[in-house]
Design a protein around this ligand. Structure first.
Ligand SMILES: [Zn+2]
Length: 232
């Protein structure tokens, strides 16, 4: 079942080590079939070289396994929480890419210092708060998703316009309209996190890029007046 989606999720997972976004098995990609309400995700702890489309796990949005012999990624409940809260998402990715983790471990939003950032992320990439001990004990992975959703809701951020988050003391989640775009955003996030770190190194009190420049760059690629790239 869901052969096309499995192939897309499989290829997106393989893109993680190719882009240098994961070490060992520290990352996972999922994709969703919205019509059927089914999610395809990487199995837990399986090395990327051993991954095949057949080893992927199919679940419903409640986390019940519909197909697959292996346990799903340990972060599955976080993915499901994001799919439930953000209906526009077609793919979700989690990595421990080091520059994004640097900001996450510092507990800092990644400031929008320039146009590379503004082309993809409409404002600073938010750092979601720590879970409380109670939230962690109750359901760590599910509540990680809830705290991400809470961050976007409280700050009034549209997850389509800002397709990534970093979780305090942990690392990034990114998403997109499909699994490939989710990985693309995770790769861009890592580059942007690296650039922001360099900016801070050069000038610890560097100011974010001016709002009108950020708006210009974001609107070149997004929205009704976008004009970046080719028409088709
Ligand atoms: Zn993790």
């Amino acid at each position: 079942m869901l052969e096309q989606l499995k192939q897309a999720v499989y290829e997106a997972n393989l893109e993680l080590p190719r882009r240098g976004l994961v070490t060992y098995t520290w990352g996972n990609v999922s994709g969703i079939d919205r019509e059927r309400g089914l999610v395809v995700i990487k199995p837990s702890g399986v090395a990327y070289e051993d991954l095949t489309p057949e080893t992927l796990v199919v679940l419903d949005l409640e986390g019940r396994i519909v197909e697959g012999d292996l346990n799903p990624s340990s972060d599955t409940k976080t993915h499901l929480e994001l799919y439930r809260a953000f209906p526009a998402l077609g793919g979700v990715v989690h990595t421990h890419s080091p520059h994004a983790v640097g900001w996450a471990q510092a507990g800092r939003d990644i400031p929008c210092y320039g146009t590379t950032h503004a082309d993809y992320f409409h404002g600073p990439v938010p750092c979601a708060r720590h879970l409380t001990k109670e939230e962690l004990d109750e359901d760590y992975e599910k509540n990680t998703g809830r705290v991400i959703v809470e961050t976007f809701t409280q700050r009034g951020i549209d997850p389509v316009h800002l397709p990534a988050v970093i979780c305090h003391s942990h690392g990034p989640f990114a998403w997109g309209k499909d699994p490939a775009q989710a990985v693309y955003h995770a790769a861009v996030l890592e580059e942007v996190a690296k650039m922001a770190l360099y900016t801070r190194l050069v000038s610890p009190d560097a100011a974010p890029a001016p709002g009108y420049l950020v708006e210009k760059h974001f609107s070149r690629k997004h929205g009704p007046n976008a004009y970046y790239g080719q028409k088709n």
